[in-house]
Design a binder for this molecule. Structure first.
Ligand SMILES: Cc1cc2nc3c(=O)[nH]c(=O)nc-3n(C[C@H](O)[C@H](O)[C@H](O)COP(=O)(O)OP(=O)(O)OC[C@H]3O[C@@H](n4cnc5c(N)ncnc54)[C@H](O)[C@@H]3O)c2cc1C
Length: 379
């Protein structure tokens, strides 16, 4: 055997899995088609929102508590990797963004404040709330740095003895009672277990599972605000703002270069990961600028740059994490549906549990791979 565990894909989730597996003593072989912390998948673009009052489902909160501990630990090694700026979930009181966050905060006793439009205007003068807009403010929300998180996990994995091979795409895998074989562009490897963390390429590598995953192009936009002082990270939080039509605009404070990054949460177009359109088009800049003019007008200064990224989305927008239904040796972690990055360290821990032990104590029922009922025959 070349390894105890092969980790296929060393992006957000795979780098964390390699770190947790290797530090627990497993012999890890990591395979990555590109370079460390590259910009061709889903884990680039300087910042990712992290928050605990989770509107997507209250079942994520225990995982987030653990993710916060693990991010604090990474932040001790690389200060600034995780920054608590506070976070605002904005919208009408009955919007998913506000009501869902409030439900999670109340259920789990999380620190929060509910602010009306007048209070929002006073505390955050950059915001232009309508009379019926409210905001759930969570003091412990903030952002993490995706590239630095990936590099920190890769460094930990390497320090614990993992072999990490870059520029080596895996072409196919096979598992049976004797072990796992992975064929790459260069050679063939054998291992006891396989972890598939291939992001937007997962649907291809897991074609036998027929998971209903849709890969979407999503664009990040950096603008130079007209009033920079309003967006300093000391006074301006991360935010997600749901409008009456359900569209969620989100953004970050100035991370120190005089720009603010904004985007739409889930408003992407289906794409193929190998032919992703990386150009940023004037008409899409106009759409995000119009939303900024409405909600955060002082941010709508010069457009500085953009970056295309990919979501891999499931129909219920919950993750897919667990053992391959037909292959006990194979662990799958995919379909992070545009909100996975804040979980990377805890997903690494879950993957290590599943590969090295029979099960995990973390609550992952929501993420069961066979829940869509479409698993095909064994490969
Ligand atoms: C624009 C945007 C904004 C986001 N904002 C947030 C946010 O604010 N908060 C949040 O929590 N989440 C956010 N997310 C989601 C989060 O970033 C993703 O859920 C997460 O990065 C997914 O990680 P991954 O490991 O699945 O994918 P990736 O990081 O893309 O990793 C997959 C890796 O597998 C490699 N690979 C694929 N195929 C092969 C192969 N055949 N052989 C070898 N290697 C292979 C790829 O090269 C890649 O490195 C955002 C995502 C985007 C795109």
């Amino acid at each position: 055997m070349d390894a105890d565990v092969i980790v296929l894909g060393l992006g957000g989730m795979g780098s964390a899995a390699a770190a947790h597996l290797a530090t627990r003593g497993a012999r890890v072989l990591g395979l990555e088609r590109f370079t460390p912390a590259h910009a061709f998948g889903s884990s680039h673009g300087e910042s990712r929102i992290i928050r605990m009052a989770y509107f997507e489902h209250a079942a994520y909160v225990p995982l987030l508590r653990r993710a916060y501990q693990l991010y604090d630990d990474l932040n001790r090694e690389d200060p600034g990797l995780f920054v608590r700026t506070g976070g605002l979930m904005l919208g009408q009181p009955d919007s998913v963004t506000v009501a869902g966050s409030l439900g999670s905060a109340r259920q789990w006793g999380l620190a929060h404040e509910l602010l009306d439009a007048e209070q929002l205007r006073r505390r955050f003068p950059a915001l232009r709330p309508e009379h019926d807009t409210v905001g759930l403010y969570e003091p412990t929300a903030g952002f993490v740095r995706p590239e630095r998180t990936v590099l920190a996990h890769l460094a930990r994995a390497k320090a614990a003895g993992a072999q990490l091979r870059y520029g080596e795409p895996a072409l196919r895998w096979h598992a049976d009672s004797a072990g796992v074989t992975v064929r790459t562009a260069h050679q063939e490897y054998r291992s006891e277990h396989l972890v598939v963390t291939a992001g937007a390429w997962s649907p291809r590598l897991l074609a036998d599972l027929n998971l209903p995953l849709v890969v979407e192009r999503q664009v990040l936009y950096w603008f130079r605000p007209s009033r920079a002082e309003l967006f300093d990270a000391k006074v301006f939080p991360v935010f997600i703002w749901q409008d009456a039509a359900g569209l969620q605009l989100y953004g970050f404070p100035d991370l120190g270069d005089g720009t603010v990054k904004v985007s739409f949460f889930r408003h992407g177009t289906p794409t193929d990961p190998d032919t992703l359109d990386r150009d940023i088009h004037p008409e899409e800049i106009d759409v995000v600028r119009a939303a900024l003019n409405q909600h955060v007008p002082a941010a709508a200064g010069d457009f500085v740059r953009g970056a295309a990224c990919m979501y891999t989305t499931t129909p219920d927008q919950h993750f897919v994490i667990g053992r391959h239904p037909q292959q006990q040796r194979v662990i799958v972690a995919a379909g992070f549906s545009g909100h996975g990055f804040k979980f990377t360290p805890v997903v690494g821990e879950i993957i290590a549990d599943l590969a090295l032990q029979a099960s995990t104590n973390h609550p992952i029922e929501l993420f069961s791979p066979p829940r869509f009922g479409s698993a095909g025959p064994p490969p």
